[in-house]
Write a protein that binds this ligand. Structure first.
Ligand code: URP
Ligand code: ZN
Length: 583
């Protein structure tokens, strides 16, 4: 295993401020909400409950009317990536700083080797770029952009010695990263042998290439051509093909950035027949904006929205994607943060195929989803935690250190203020670019405090990150969530196969630990008035006649104030407290 370089911890972070108590908040995990205080020491959550015995000198954060959630995990970023003749603007410092500002405390970036390049060499390059810059913990997926027996060997080494458990292939980007179906078979098969997770960028690269030739020949050069060359069907076909190949190779599959209703339909169908787990990821961009921007007369504006697969010029797509996330047709949300400066986007001024692909998202992912999904009543806070944090932890085998607020977990915690109002703007964001695809979006709900490995890095709105304080997170193979022979529960909450027992379902995977003693407190969820609950944990969809929060003046913060907490407090420690044996 590669050892991380020794980090210099800034003096102001070496202080006695290694003890922290978050008091009076509502602790939200993917499987329940409870009223509890959270005591953190030396970067680890040591106690969760009421009437805790806390040593003197501990800093206290009052989380009254706030939600205390696991820090976000963004499973899809591209920092310091060179592609299409440009380099992304956000490096590992600025990118992870933006992540922390928005409540994300772990990112998983992609090592993308050039064709013919050693995967291990590329991995080492990424470690060199990242290790001394990251402000939060990070993991790495590795791209398989070409195939040979040596690549297979390097995949084995990456799993055995370098803490990599996921490998991404591209069905698009013909002539650079794309593999053919036979190569996909071999990568998926190798992943299954190694008990790793194949990931796929699902778009049909050949169709895109042909459509592009025709569009350019017809004189279409503007950013609109980007989407025209790769419509929903082009994405959906590849999703279906990737699922078939994974099924034939008996591999699980993770489909990155699912951007369209047609692609989600293809995934939904595949999930009914697949032998192993399939995980669908969507993006903050898909939820927070749409492809109507491609026809904007301003090149800068239109080009800033170019990514692949593209945003869809269909105003109904964001809501459909949120519904799919809420109902477990999609499992998690990333950002695919891949920012380019205006100057770099200008490379495609006369030819849309030369616009570097990528958008922002790592900073705003959590607030955008909260605004569009929770504030509208389409998703409850537990599902929000699942899709922004817990599921990524479970899929990439970081659970329960990451993805939950529980005794023994890393102290990556967000104190979320559901009343905090702001308008997203490039003028205030922390990216290295001066364009934000969510510009002007008003959000109610944002982090007030962000704690990274026990350090308060967003302190009542003030960002105080430390470069290099994050560490590389090895992701072990053979993740129980994917490889214990028990695929995820169906959206209805019942096992999809008669042989499955709920006790062994991934929802209960604990890696031999007790990740959380939280239980579902439906009364509290009702109290939060997330009556549109549509989570796979069995809470019901809004009935006809029930209020539609999207069309009301409902404010989640008011509902938090109105909680009947007495009925739902779960006391772990008896009055007077109990000794935890910590001191
Ligand atoms: N998504 C995108 O447009 N840029 C990043 C590279 C990729 O993930 O395809
Ligand atoms: Zn990507």
């Amino acid at each position: 295993m590669t050892t991380a370089p020794v980090k210099k911890v800034p003096i102001h972070l070496q202080s006695s401020q290694n003890r922290l108590l978050i008091k009076n908040g509502q602790v939200v995990n993917f499987d329940g909400i409870e009223e509890a205080d959270v005591y953190i020491e030396d970067g680890i959550i040591k106690q969760v409950g009421r009437n805790l015995i806390i040593p003197g000198g501990t800093r206290t954060i009052d989380a009254t009317r706030k939600l205390v959630m696991p820090g976000g995990i963004d499973p899809h970023t591209h920092f310091e990536l060179e592609m299409m003749g440009a380099k992304t603007a956000d490096d590992f410092y600025k990118g992870t700083r933006a992540a922390v500002a928005g409540g994300t405390t772990t990112v998983i970036d992609f090592v993308l080797p050039n064709k013919g390049q050693s995967l291990i060499e590329a991995y080492n390059n990424w470690r060199e770029k990242a290790d001394n810059k990251v402000c939060c913990d990070y993991g790495l997926h590795v791209g398989v952009t070409w195939w040979s027996p040596s690549v297979k060997k390097e995949m084995q080494q990456l799993v055995a010695e370098h803490g990599v458990n996921s490998f991404k292939v591209f069905m698009a980007y013909k002539d650079t990263w794309m593999l053919d179906d036979y190569e996909l078979c071999q990568v998926f098969e190798t992943c299954a042998e190694l008990k790793a997770l194949p990931q796929v960028h699902a778009e049909n690269g050949h169709i895109i290439a042909r459509n592009t030739e025709k569009l350019l020949a017809a004189g279409v050069t503007t950013p609109e051509g980007h989407e025209l060359s790769r419509d929903e069907e082009v994405e959906a076909e590849a999703v279906n093909r990737a699922c078939v190949i994974a099924n034939q190779m008996n591999a699980p599959l993770y489909i990155v950035h699912m951007m369209s209703k047609s692609a989600v339909d293809a995934l939904r169908n595949a999930r009914l027949r697949q032998r192993r787990a399939i995980i669908g990821e969507t993006l903050a961009a898909t939820v927070g904006t749409d492809g109507m921007h491609y026809t904007n007369a301003c090149f800068r504006h239109a080009a800033a929205h170019v990514l692949s697969p593209p945003l869809r010029p269909d105003p109904d797509t964001p809501e459909a994607i949120i519904k799919a996330l809420a109902e477990d047709d999609l499992q998690l949300i990333g950002s695919d943060n891949c920012t380019f400066t205006e100057k770099d986007k200008e490379k495609g001024k006369d030819d849309f195929t030369k616009i570097p692909n990528g958008v922002n998202g790592v900073e705003d992912r959590m607030a955008i989803l909260w605004q569009k999904a929770v504030n509208t009543g389409m998703m409850d806070p537990c599902r929000f935690v699942a899709v922004t944090s817990a599921t990524a932890a479970r899929v990439f085998n970081l659970w329960p250190a990451k993805g939950c607020v529980a005794v023994g977990s890393d102290a990556d915690v967000v104190v979320w203020d559901p009343q905090l109002e702001r308008t997203i703007s490039a003028a205030a964001h922390h990216h290295a670019t001066d364009f934000n695809i969510f510009e002007g979006t008003r959000v109610v709900g944002s982090p007030q405090y962000v704690i990274v490995n026990g350090r308060v890095c967003l302190d009542d709105g003030e960002l105080r990150v430390a470069e290099g304080l994050g560490k590389f997170l090895p992701t072990p193979a053979n993740c129980p969530y994917l490889y214990d022979g028990k695929p995820p529960l169906s959206p209805q909450g019942s096992p999809r196969y008669a042989s499955e027992s709920p006790q062994n379902s991934p929802a209960r995977v604990t890696n031999g630990n007790t990740p959380t003693e939280l239980h579902l407190v439906n009364k509290q969820l009702d109290g939060l008035s997330v009556s549109g609950c549509s989570t796979p944990t069995g809470r019901k969809m809004r009935e006809p006649g029930q209020r539609n929060l999207q069309n009301s003046t409902f404010s989640i913060s008011k509902e938090v104030e109105g909680l009947d907490t007495k009925t739902s407090v779960r006391v772990r420690n008896p009055p007077g407290g109990k000794s935890s044996g910590l001191w």
